[in-house]
Ligand binder design. Structure first.
Ligand code: PA5
Length: 476
């Protein structure tokens, strides 16, 4: 249970009171015996993860300690010509969600609207992580190619969405800056040796960064995948990594009740497998963390949603992650969470103190229904909403926990990223699945390649055609 001492002021606090049976009853909450019966298994998992790490099999765990590419990235940022006004990340999934999360969490909320001076000369940031033609065309229409750099990110080097957007952007650049200047407008982040993008780097001479071996997309935000665009927009990537390193230190203990990654994985696993909480909602009451919830959604879904266990049995595991935002989604989803099926666990993320406050003006003092707000702070209201929702859910026997951050900066975000990545590794081991592959995503990619006529993928095209001919449709 959390203790309120002075040290808490500067620490992340995980309050799990409301997932326990003491608070919400044993039908939906975890009984102490259920928790303790799994502690020795979690200890074993902790030791096994350490062994795998020592054997070089969990490269993502070492990322906060890799300083080599930080200097390279800082050098790249220094060299970027002052004429560049726009920086566009092209990627998808793990090659984009981390970038978006870092930007929205750590940069000014209206970063692109700030004057160049207030952005300290840094370019505006854009993220192209879909192939909706309207989005791609609209973005290019709004930008000046001579003042734009594209950071194309793909570990495999041939993801159809990313490479299509890249080919469109490259053509668009070619038309205005010409072949000679093309490379000055492109920076690639991809595998050191494999894939078509690496071949293009060599052929056309783009600047490039490496996605290290053994680090999957959704675990790669603390590599050049996430760090290049972060540094370009002025985020302190050294502090981000220092936060990750600090969390690594915290997660060294094999004692599950002292290791937040192990404990939170175990709580979610028990809620899923013993209490039927098949849905895990992450609901920050911090606008800047809305995309952290999006990043988490991919991490939890792709890592744990598996058909086969490690020993080859069909298991169909995984908790469905849902993202929500407080207080906005109190007015869209909370009714369901409060009174709908008993199938969810909610994680609130809050801030000890909001970095800035807005006072609600005193006005209309004769109107009791609104005058009580006068003189109070918006942050006070948001916090009150968060705490009230947690309490109301608990009253309705709905498990929920709260992660409170001391502040939101690069260090604390680095801690949170690392915490959730390690938590996912623990959860994978608890479910007995491999959290680092994504065969389901790959299958979808194969069908798309088949449909688009890629050589070698004909069988997938035939399957899609057969499926379409049998389809049932209603035209209205
Ligand atoms: O987490 C993952 O591995 C995936 O989401 C990938 O990041 C995504 O499919 C994009 O792959 P790539 O970086 O190879 O383009």
């Amino acid at each position: 249970m959390p203790t309120k001492d002075a040290a808490e002021l500067d620490r992340i606090v995980l309050d799990y009171t409301n997932v326990m049976a003491d608070a919400i009853g044993s039908e939906h909450g975890i009984v102490h015996g259920e928790l303790s019966s799994e502690l020795s298994r979690v200890k074993e998992i902790s030791r096994s993860l350490k062994k795998q790490r020592a054997d070089g099999k969990l490269a993502f765990m070492d990322l906060p300690h890799q300083k080599g590419w930080v200097r390279e990235i800082e050098g790249y940022v220094r060299r970027m010509p002052k004429t560049i006004e726009n920086f566009v990340v092209i990627g998808i999934g793990g090659s984009a969600l981390g970038n978006i999360m870092l930007h929205s969490a750590l940069n000014h909320s209206e970063y692109n609207l700030l004057s160049r001076e207030r952005r300290k000369g840094r370019p505006r940031m854009f993220f192209l992580d879909n192939v909706d033609p309207d989005r791609t065309a609209s973005l290019l229409e709004a930008l000046d190619p001579r003042k734009t750099v594209f950071n194309v990110i793909t570990k495999s080097g041939d993801t159809a969405e990313t490479m299509s957007n890249f080919l469109v952007a490259r053509q668009w650049l070619l038309r205005s800056v010409g072949k000679k200047a093309l490379a000055r407008h492109i920076v690639a982040t991809t595998d050191a040796k494999k894939g078509h993008l690496r071949k293009l780097v060599e052929k056309e001479g783009y600047e490039s960064f490496v996605v290290p071996d053994g680090v999957g997309g959704r675990f790669s935000v603390l590599t050049p995948v996430g760090l290049v665009s972060a540094a370009v927009s002025g985020i302190n990537i050294r502090k981000l990594l220092a936060g990750g390193a600090k969390m690594d230190e915290i997660c060294q203990t094999d004692s599950p009740t002292e290791n937040p990654a192990a404990l939170n994985a175990l709580l979610h696993y028990l809620l899923d497998t013993r209490k039927g909480k098949k849905i895990s909602v992450m609901m920050p009451y911090v606008q800047r963390l809305r995309d952290f919830a999006d990043w988490y959604r991919q991490l939890w879904a792709e890592s744990l949603g598996k058909k086969y266990s490690l020993d080859g049995k069909e298991v169909y595991t995984g908790q469905t992650p849902v993202k929500a935002l407080g207080a906005t989604d109190q007015h869209s989803q909370i009714q369901l969470y409060m009174e709908g099926p008993f199938d969810k666990v909610v994680t609130f993320i809050g801030l000890k103190r909001y970095p800035r406050e807005v006072t609600i003006p005193r006005a209309f003092t004769d109107m009791e229904g609104i005058s009580y707000l006068g003189g109070r702070q918006l942050g006070e209201l948001l916090k009150a909403e968060q705490e009230s929702t947690a309490l109301a859910l608990a009253k309705n026997q709905r498990p929920n926990c709260t992660v409170t951050l001391p502040r939101l900066d690069a260090f604390v975000l680095g801690q949170m990223i690392y915490l959730y990545e390690v938590q996912t590794a623990f959860a994978g081991a608890l479910y007995g699945v491999n959290p680092f592959d994504q065969p389901g995503v790959e299958l979808g990619k194969h069908y798309a390649c088949g449909t688009m006529g890629r050589k070698g993928y004909e069988q997938y095209r035939d399957e899609v055609d057969r499926g379409l001919s049998k389809g049932m449709r209603m035209t209205v």
